[in-house]
Design a protein around this ligand. Structure first.
Ligand SMILES: Nc1ncnc2c1ncn2[C@@H]1O[C@H](COP(=O)(O)OP(=O)(O)OP(=O)(O)O)[C@@H](O)[C@H]1O
Ligand SMILES: [Mg+2]
Length: 274
C-alpha cells in the first residue's frame, strides 16, 4: 500500500457479548486497491469482525477509522451509505426477482411524474446488464431474467457489480467461495481481482488457503478472537498458512497420523477428539 491513509482500519478493537469475549485487541487495515484476507477456523471471530465493519455490531473497546478518521457505524444502513458493501454467501439477492430489479433494489430509476411515476424497467435492465458484463459475466444479456436461475457465482457477481455501481469503497465478502465448485470459485476470485483493480478495498473471508493466496495482498489469521499472524503476500507458504489456521498443529503431521491410524484400524479414520 502507498502512503495514502487506509480506507478502513480497526485499532485495538475488542468485542464482547456480555461476559463472552469474542474479539480481543484486533488491529487491521485495508487500503484502496488492496485485498485483505481474513483466515481462521470455525468460531474464530471472522463474521463478528465483519459485523463490526458493517455496522451490525459496535466494538466494546477500540476504534474504527475510515480514511484515517474515527467513525461510528450506527447501523448497517449507515455503514452502507458510507460506502461499505457487505456481500453474504448468497449475495443478498432475491431469487424471484429479475436481474434489473435486484440490481436497483431500494433505489429504482423511475420515469414520469407524480402518480404516473413508474419503475423504468428498460433503463434498469440495460444498466444492470452492462454493469454485470463489466464484471466479466457475459452470459447475462437479459435484465428480465430471474435471479433464481443464475448460478451462485453469477449471483455473487451481480451483488458485487451492484456494490461497485452504487459507489462502494469497501467490499466485504464473507466466505463467498465456500459453497461453490472449482470453476465458480475461480470466477468469484477473478471478480475480487477486478474489484481490486477498480480501486476498491476488499476484505475477503475464507477457510480455503488456496483461494486466499490467489487474491490476497495481505493476510490475517484469527485464532480464538485474536490476530495470531499478520503477513503480506509471499511471506508464507501454503503449508505455513494451513498450519497457522490449524492453531499451530502441523497439518502434515495430522494427515500422517490419520493415515497411520487408518492402516492399523482396517481403514477407519480415528474418532474425533474431545
Ligand atoms: N451475538 C453473539 N452472542 C454471543 N456469542 C456470539 C455472538 N455472535 C458470535 N458469538 C460467538 O463468537 C464466536 C465467534 O463467532 P463468529 O461467527 O464470528 O466466528 P467465525 O470465525 O465467523 O466462524 P465460522 O468460520 O464458523 O463462520 C463464536 O464462539 C460465537 O458463538
Ligand atoms: Mg463466519
Amino acid at each position: 500500500m502507498s502512503d495514502a491513509k487506509p480506507v478502513l482500519e480497526l485499532r485495538n478493537v475488542d468485542k464482547s457479548f456480555g461476559p463472552i469475549e469474542v474479539l480481543n485487541d484486533i488491529s487491521l487495515k485495508v487500503g484502496a486497491g488492496e485485498v485483505l484476507c481474513l483466515l481462521g477456523d470455525n468460531g474464530a471471530g471472522k463474521s463478528t469482525l465483519i459485523k463490526l465493519m458493517s455496522g451490525v455490531h459496535q466494538p466494546t473497546r477500540g476504534d474504527i477509522l475510515m480514511d484515517g478518521a474515527p467513525i461510528t457505524f450506527a447501523s448497517p444502513r449507515d455503514a452502507q451509505e458510507r460506502g461499505i458493501a457487505t456481500v453474504h454467501q448468497f449475495g443478498g439477492t432475491y431469487p424471484l426477482m429479475s436481474v434489473g430489479r435486484n440490481f436497483f433494489m431500494g433505489s429504482e430509476p423511475t420515469k414520469g411524474f407524480g402518480p404516473f411515476k413508474v419503475f423504468d424497467r428498460k433503463r434498469a435492465n440495460s444498466i444492470a446488464v452492462a454493469e454485470v458484463q463489466k464484471m466479466g459475466i457475459t452470459r447475462i444479456t437479459d435484465g428480465d431474467r430471474l435471479v433464481g436461475g443464475l448460478s451462485g457465482g453469477e449471483r455473487q457477481s451481480l451483488a458485487i457489480a451492484r456494490a461497485v455501481y452504487f459507489g462502494a469503497r469497501v467490499l466485504i465478502l464473507d466466505e463467498p467461495t465456500a459453497a461453490l465448485g472449482v470453476k465458480q470459485a475461480a470466477h468469484v476470485l477473478r471478480i475480487v481481482n477486478q474489484a481490486k483493480r477498480r480501486g476498491l478495498a476488499v476484505i475477503f473471508i475464507t477457510h480455503q488457503v488456496m483461494h486466499a493466496m490467489a487474491v490476497g495482498d495481505h493476510f490475517a489469521v484469527l485464532i480464538r478472537g485474536a490476530v495470531a499472524s499478520d503477513f503480506r503476500k509471499g511471506e508464507k507458504t501454503r503449508e505455513q498458512i494451513a498450519d497457522l489456521m490449524a492453531g499451530g498443529e502441523s497439518m502434515v503431521e495430522l494427515e500422517a497420523n490419520i493415515d497411520g491410524y487408518m492402516e492399523t484400524h482396517g481403514g477407519h479414520p480415528p474418532p474425533p477428539a474431545h
